[in-house]
Design a protein around this ligand. Structure first.
Ligand code: GAR
Length: 325
């Protein structure tokens, strides 16, 4: 997906070996349409080949041996380097260390890994050998979001590679590697551009809004809107605004308690809130969705609050009662 002039997401790439996937990411990141730029290549091995290439290409490098360090200590050193370099996401490209839960939680949704199998098949090691021994017709590679459970996060892209009758793990690995070099940069690009993709953002908002009781979607002045209550008497509690009236924001509009609160939010947190054209006059606030660090839990809280402010009493009664305790 083209990046359309948006800021490139700064990423750190962690490697343990030759770093050919890192190289594929690096050269892809130098295409004008790239959604990301590599600000650091870091390794748990100071002699990792990929570090040399990264340095040659003018990328900052960092090495910290895991030997003699606990998992947490190793992760803390890598994390500090990534933060100091300004990384907002971490890409594991043949990084052969399991990350501590704390690290993964701190970077939730912002770590991607490439794994040389068609997940969920063959998590862990010796993937090519296991695919050949099982008599599979294809091996392949998967790019997935990293979660605390090994190789189990959401798979965002996959490529199949046919297995030849005389393949050994090495010959298969070589072809899988070529496929990985095509797959990985594109998957990283797509994933990191999601935050600027109105279709992706609308779908997330829609799922959250329509999960609230007795809601439906209705267009209003060309924008998707969300209402609570009946078809005729329902009231809008949210609108999705894609760069309206010359604004750069892709935003969710929700009801505040009134002008005082609205102006307070906009003044104190201008990175998050703005006063939208027209709706602002009636106390609606815009929450900017196309920004880094967006917290969907926060969006959900606003949707619920706005829904509650106009939902029929019989729907909010229980919530109101719970508030009294
Ligand atoms: C790649 O094939 C990658 O899928 C694999 O290591 C190789 C690294 O090659 N990763 C894993 O096995 C992770 N469990 P590279 O250093 O040439 O990019």
């Amino acid at each position: 997906m083209a990046n359309q002039g948006a800021k490139r997401v700064p990423v750190a790439v962690f490697i343990s070996g030759t770093g050919t996937n890192m190289a594929a990411l690096l050269y892809a990141s130098r295409q004008h349409s790239s959604a990301f730029e590599i600000v650091l290549v870091a390794s748990n091995k100071s002699d990792a080949k990929g570090l040399e290439l990264a340095a040659l290409e003018g990328i900052e490098t960092f090495a910290h041996s895991h030997k003699g360090h606990s998992r947490e200590e190793q992760d803390a050193a890598m994390e500090q380097a990534a933060r100091e370099a300004g990384a907002e996401a971490i890409i594991l490209a043949g990084y052969m260390r399991i990350l501590s839960d704390g690290f993964v939680e701190r970077w939730q949704g912002r770590i991607l890994n490439i794994h040389p199998s068609l997940l969920p098949k063959y998590k862990g090691l010796d993937t090519h050998q296991r695919a050949i021994e099982a008599g599979d017709g294809h091996g392949g590679a998967s790019v997935h979001v990293v979660t605390p459970e090994l190789d189990a996060g959401e798979v965002i892209a996959q490529v199949k590679v046919a297995i030849a009758p005389d393949d050994t793990p090495d010959t298969l690995a070589m072809r899988v590697r070529i496929a990985e070099h095509q797959l990985f940069p594109r998957a990283v690009n797509d994933y990191l551009s999601r935050g600027n993709d109105p279709d992706f953002l609308l779908e997330k908002v829609r799922n959250l809004a329509l999960a609230l009781a007795e809601t439906h979607e209705r267009e209003s002045h060309g924008s998707p809107g969300f209402r609570v209550g009946g078809d005729k008497s329902g009231k809008f509690f949210a609108y999705f605004a894609d760069r309206h009236h010359g604004s750069d924001h892709i935003a969710l509009l929700v009801r505040t308690s009134g002008m005082d609160e609205l102006l307070n939010l906009v003044e104190n947190q201008p990175d998050i809130y703005f006063k939208p054209a027209f709706y602002g006059a009636s106390g609606w606030v815009g929450i900017i969705l196309n920004r880094s660090g967006l917290d969907w839990g926060h969006v959900e809280e606003w949707l619920t609050r706005s829904w509650r402010s106009v939902a029929p009493k019989r729907l909010t009664k229980l919530l109101d009662a719970a508030d009294m305790f």
